[in-house]
Design a protein around this ligand. Sequence first.
Ligand SMILES: NC(=O)c1ccc[n+]([C@@H]2O[C@H](COP(=O)([O-])OP(=O)(O)OC[C@H]3O[C@@H](n4cnc5c(N)ncnc54)[C@H](O)[C@@H]3O)[C@@H](O)[C@H]2O)c1
Ligand SMILES: CC(C)(O)[C@@H](O)C(=O)O
Ligand SMILES: [Mg+2]
Ligand SMILES: [Mg+2]
Length: 348
Amino acid sequence: MAKLNFGGVEEEVVTREEFPLEKAREVLSTETIAVIGYGVQGPGQSLNMRDNGFNVIVGQRKGGKSWDKAVADGWVPGETLFELEEALAKGTIICYLLSDAAQIELWPTVKANLTAGKSLYFSHGFGVTYKDQTGIVPPADVDVYLVAPKGSGTSLRRLFVEGKGLNSSFAVFQDATGKAREKCIAMGIGVGSGYLFETDFYREVTSDLTGERGTLMGAIQGIFAAQYEVLRSNGHSPSEAFNETVEELTQSLMPLVAENGMDWMYANCSTTAQRGALDWWKPFRDATKPVFEQLYNSVKSGEQANISITRNSQSDYRVKLEEELAELRESEMWRAGQTVRSLRPENS
Ligand SMILES: NC(=O)c1ccc[n+]([C@@H]2O[C@H](COP(=O)([O-])OP(=O)(O)OC[C@H]3O[C@@H](n4cnc5c(N)ncnc54)[C@H](O)[C@@H]3O)[C@@H](O)[C@H]2O)c1
Ligand SMILES: CC(C)(O)[C@@H](O)C(=O)O
Ligand SMILES: [Mg+2]
Ligand SMILES: [Mg+2]
């Protein structure tokens, strides 16, 4: 592992230089990797591993959209694409990539196929950490580990195709064969990770649930909505409010932050903007920190997992989800965004 200094704190990470793809292929050369579920992570991870030369099969319920997508992506029914049970029986590394709530329902079938020496692979610490609510308790004679790409499966695939890589965390929960760690890292390299940092199942799930409810998704939409509403109620047009709230951030400023950090983005704006942003970031931090504390406590207590399981297990959850997504899509802000995006030169 390479030791690196992260803002003054030393951490060990795994890079592709020290654990090259050839080594990952060698470690997993006798394995049949069964990717169970072809939703968002399933396609990204399975296609990257296939392109990287691993022996991969896909398990998916027949007849739905995901099955058709798998066929369109080149998985061949009866050869590399199977019904769930058949893939579970054939796989020696079971990549459990159903949605976290759906994992509860299929667990008895998965468990029945986890014979001694197989691996159970996750991309989230959810099922195992919240075992009291999920019932997911792996047999003692299998390896259990996770690789959690830090981003959407869509980005995992896109970056891989571009020759780049999304960072992932990895963790070993159970090492029955003495080879779990090596296999876990090999899987991390195989799915196309840029580099890998170590965690455990509990820390993975608590940080991930916080991040997606916080700055990655929940908080950012909340802050966008608040600023947009203030601009609109003060007489600014939708295009002005959207450009000043979202478009400039995603198109101009965040790419600069991604490239070289916040200080560099600040340094490339006017002295007027710098002064204001330096004065205002702390009030925003202080105003939102109590909400982040509340969020973290709700994650820590298991409340967020409970809400997620309960809501996502309801029979009409897709209908309800679509209603809530429609509320976002049909809001003036995101309808304005649709028009703004259509006006980008590359889209016209
Ligand atoms: N979505 C992401 O980009 C992302 C990122 C990092 C980690 N993860 C983790 O990866 C795992 C997979 O998440 P996802 O978002 O790819 O899943 P998903 O919601 O896209 O679902 C995956 C598949 O589950 C199948 N499915 C749903 N209910 C089922 C049931 N009852 N029985 C059988 N199959 C069923 C669907 O057909 C779908 O193909 C989760 O643990 C998630 O937390 C996801
Ligand atoms: C892509 C995210 C938000 O990072 C992931 O955690 C998820 O649950 O989809
Ligand atoms: Mg998540
Ligand atoms: Mg995440």
